[in-house]
Design a protein around this ligand. Structure first.
Ligand SMILES: NC(=O)c1ccc[n+]([C@@H]2O[C@H](COP(=O)([O-])OP(=O)(O)OC[C@H]3O[C@@H](n4cnc5c(N)ncnc54)[C@H](OP(=O)(O)O)[C@@H]3O)[C@@H](O)[C@H]2O)c1
Length: 279
């Protein structure tokens, strides 16, 4: 099997290409310089020339707050860019995997979001990722939509790196305690992705590391495992008025992973332990 991976300079794309290489699967990694996904003719040219069996589409506009001010640009990347890729996958009849987010849900209540629940995004980024899902679903039959959340990987900035920096600089941090979800380690996710793309088990999946926490609990565990003495104060989201609204409940059902015989990811605490050894 031969795979084209978009967003190779990002957290997830980097790890997906590495995982393919480890398994002897040919993977071509591209980012904006080689294939700007908003350029339809370039997308067509690169995918056709690469002669692949699947596109694993990790590229995206991921700046959630900035998206509120840059609606057109974020839409261009996350919706049009995804559409451009899906269109070529359809023409060539190859598989496509698209990554989405817990932000397609509005975070009401305290139940797990099921894979086929109705989507109600709260912010621009979530809306564009939702429209990307719809574009993939409308155009293709051979697709995987994999929703992930609170992503961390070696290749990029994330909450863990920010906490470690702030903790060392200030010795004390305040962290929101009223958003509940599950972190996703791209190294663990990449293994699942490479398993999944080799199957015909198409559909929508949720794939975060196992276990739930608030951002506050996540921060406490980061400092504990890193052996740093940092005072962590739990606060409400209202203490950090951000441009983009975030869902408070990001509990995600893994029923589709179970039903289709895919292994769930390890616990987020275990993932964090392995991650901290690498950075
Ligand atoms: N990060 C999270 O917490 C999170 C949560 C849920 C879902 N997701 C989804 O998971 C996927 C992977 O996320 P990630 O954290 O690995 O993202 P990331 O680290 O931000 O990487 C995304 C990559 O896409 C590139 N890109 C941006 N615009 C592009 C364009 N027009 N053409 C081609 N490439 C472009 C970016 O380049 P530049 O850096 O130069 O812009 C970057 O290298 C995305 O679909 C994201 O929406 C992420």
């Amino acid at each position: 099997m031969k795979i084209l991976v978009t967003g190779v300079k990002g957290q997830l794309g980097h790890d997906v290409v590495e995982e393919c290489q480890k398994r002897g699967i040919e993977a071509i990694g591209v980012d904006v310089d080689e294939m700007d996904i908003t350029d339809a003719s370039k997308v067509e040219e690169v995918i056709k020339a690469s002669n692949v069996d699947a596109v694993v589409h990790c590229a995206a506009w991921t700046a959630v707050d900035k998206a509120e001010d840059e609606v057109a640009l974020c839409t261009k990347v996350n919706v049009e860019g995804t559409y451009n890729i899906a269109k070529v996958c359809k023409e060539l009849d190859i598989k496509m995997m698209y990554f989405s987010t817990d932000y397609v849900f509005d975070g009401q209540g305290d139940q797990e979001w099921k894979e086929y629940d109705e989507r109600h995004p709260l912010n621009v980024y979530g809306q564009t990722k939702c429209e990307g899902e719809i574009a993939v679903q409308k155009l293709l039959e051979r697709y995987f939509i994999v929703r992930i959340a609170w992503v961390f990987g070696v290749n990029g900035n994330n909450f863990i790196k920010t906490m470690l920096r702030l903790g060392k600089e200030r010795g004390a941090v305040s962290v929101v305690n009223d958003q509940i979800g599950s972190p996703t380690y791209t190294y663990d996710l990449a293994k699942l992705v490479v398993d999944m793309i080799q199957t015909d088990k198409y559909g929508i999946y949720h794939a975060t590391n196992e276990g739930l926490c608030s951002w506050y609990e996540f921060a406490c565990e980061i400092f504990k495992q890193a052996g740093l003495d940092v005072e962590v104060t739990p606060v409400d989201s209202s203490a950090f008025p951000a441009k983009a609204k975030r869902p408070s409940n990001s509990r995600m059902s893994k029923a589709e992973l179970d039903k289709n015989g895919f292994n769930r990811l390890p616990s987020w605490q275990d993932a964090l332990q392995r991650y901290l050894k690498l950075i």
